[in-house]
Design a protein around this ligand. Structure first.
Ligand code: SF4
Ligand code: SF4
Length: 439
């Protein structure tokens, strides 16, 4: 299977465009009321004017490409990895052609891995775990099924799709399966599906990591290995078990399948007849069809955190490449039709009793939880500290609950709340849906 993954050289046209103007320092909104707040977690923690923000990263790319910078310097290597690849900078940047900073950062990391220096030591363990166990959490395969124990106990076991056909494959993802706190996400998802009578199954012990983390830290070879395996599995499940829809509750898995897997030359052929949905899309459809009916009241004040991977990672910037609209290279508009901004909010607002409040930084301006891009593994302390900043923003709204649609954000924001002794509790949207449905 051929993969069309850009090299740093392929992106040269973009990283030379960065003018170091610093527009990407802040999220801004004209309001009313207008506001501006920091958007770059790396710049916030390590200094925007240093080498840690987008403009520093663009300068790094130039240095690597002209040979004046190498990964022998551990401080330089660390600076390349001190970025959550959240895409906040990319959204703010107004420069011609958009400098594609997150893609440039990942391409630099691929160079670092190729040179033998990257990724960071803790991230190397993560990738080694993928090679040994097909997951980044150093968990034996049987542990992948631990989250299903309450279903076995309640005598409502979840179908193993390898042995029982089903139209829907619930692709659980490694964080939901292995992380004790995030296990609440697949558990709530499966409970909802059972309550609604959805014909679904899971891959169980044979599920393989989506490869998102490997891709984010620059190990393209490991990404390709697991992604190829998954595409072949999906094709077989479609042909032999009748799978038509893959649903995932994980923002990282969703982004990987939607945006990284399409880099395969065989994506269309392997995925022919299969639709990939985030749980929130699947359930929103059922809500519109009148099949998802809430009964119980949840008397909570709730705010919503947009994960980067279901938000701006899925947008598309329209650039006037031939100069026919404005001028050559002009940034014209952003297409956010694939970003999951409205659906979760519509579901939250449909739950009886919920009072919904927004934070300042939302949708394309969302402030990353701090866990992405390998940061939660590589720089755990910083990830938790950054999550505390996001929780602080949630507290400003007076909300008692912060809701999201990603097990990774769920875990990291929970850590952030603990860290600043906040009373805000974290919930995945599936938990609220499960609680609001009749038993
Ligand atoms: S990435 Fe764009 S907004 Fe940020 S410093 Fe470079 S040119 Fe300016
Ligand atoms: S991707 Fe996010 S953390 Fe990285 S430089 Fe851009 S805004 Fe900062």
């Amino acid at each position: 299977m051929e993969w069309n993954i850009s090299s740093l050289k392929d992106l040269e046209h973009y990283f030379w465009r960065c003018t170091a103007c610093g527009t990407c320092r802040s999220a801004y909104d004209f309001g009313p009321p207008p506001f501006t707040r920091p958007i770059c977690p790396a710049g916030t923690e390590f200094g925007f004017e240093g080498y840690y923000s987008s403009k520093g990263k663009a300068a790094f790319a130039r240095g690597i490409s002209d040979g004046s910078l190498t990964f022998d310097d551990p401080e330089f290597l660390e600076a390349v990895y001190k970025c959550t690849v959240c895409g906040g900078c990319q959204n703010q940047c107004q420069v011609d052609y958009k400098p594609h900073i997150p893609e440039v950062i990942e391409a630099m990391r691929r160079e670092a891995v190729k040179s033998g220096a990257g990724p960071m030591p803790a991230q190397k363990n993560l990738v080694q775990s993928m090679k040994n166990y097909n997951n980044p959490y150093q968990g034996p395969r049987r542990v992948r099924m631990d989250w299903t124990r309450p279903f076995k106990k309640a005598k409502t076991p979840i179908k193993d799709i390898n042995t029982e056909p089903a139209e829907v494959l619930f692709y659980v993802g490694c964080t939901g399966a292995f992380n004790k706190i995030a296990q609440a996400v697949p558990q709530a998802t499966a409970r909802i599906f059972q309550k609604l009578g959805v014909a679904f199954g899971i891959l169980g012990e044979s599920e393989v990591c989506c490869g998102s983390t490997a891709m984010r830290v620059g190990d393209a070879e490991e990404f390709k290995r697991v992604a190829t395996n998954n595409l072949e599995t999906f094709k077989t499940l479609h042909a032999e078990k009748g799978v038509k829809t893959i649903v995932t509750s994980c923002a990282g898995c969703f982004r990987a399948i939607k945006k990284d897997y399409i880099l395969s030359s065989e994506y269309n052929q392997m995925m022919d007849g299969i639709e990939v949905l985030h749980t929130v899309q699947y359930l929103h459809r059922l809500l519109k069809e009148g099949k998802l009916k809430f009964e119980k009241e949840l008397p909570w004040k709730v705010t919503y955190h947009d994960p980067c991977h279901t938000g701006r990672h899925l947008n598309k910037f329209r650039v006037d490449n031939d100069g026919s609209e404005l001028w050559e290279g002009a940034y014209v508009s952003v297409d956010e039709s694939e970003c999951l901004y409205d659906l979760p909010r519509e579901i939250i607002k449909a739950i009886p009793g919920v009072s919904f409040v927004e934070m300042d930084r939302i949708r394309g301006n969302s402030y990353c939880c701090g866990g992405g891009g390998g940061v939660m593994t590589g720089f755990t302390d910083w990830a938790g500290k950054n999550a505390g900043l996001r929780i602080q923003e949630g507290m400003e709204t007076g909300a008692e609950k912060m809701v999201s649609i990603c097990p990774f954000c769920y875990f990291n924001l929970t850590e952030g709340a603990k860290r600043i002794s906040s009373n805000i509790t974290l919930h995945d949207l599936t938990e609220l849906i499960d609680l609001a449905l009749p038993d």
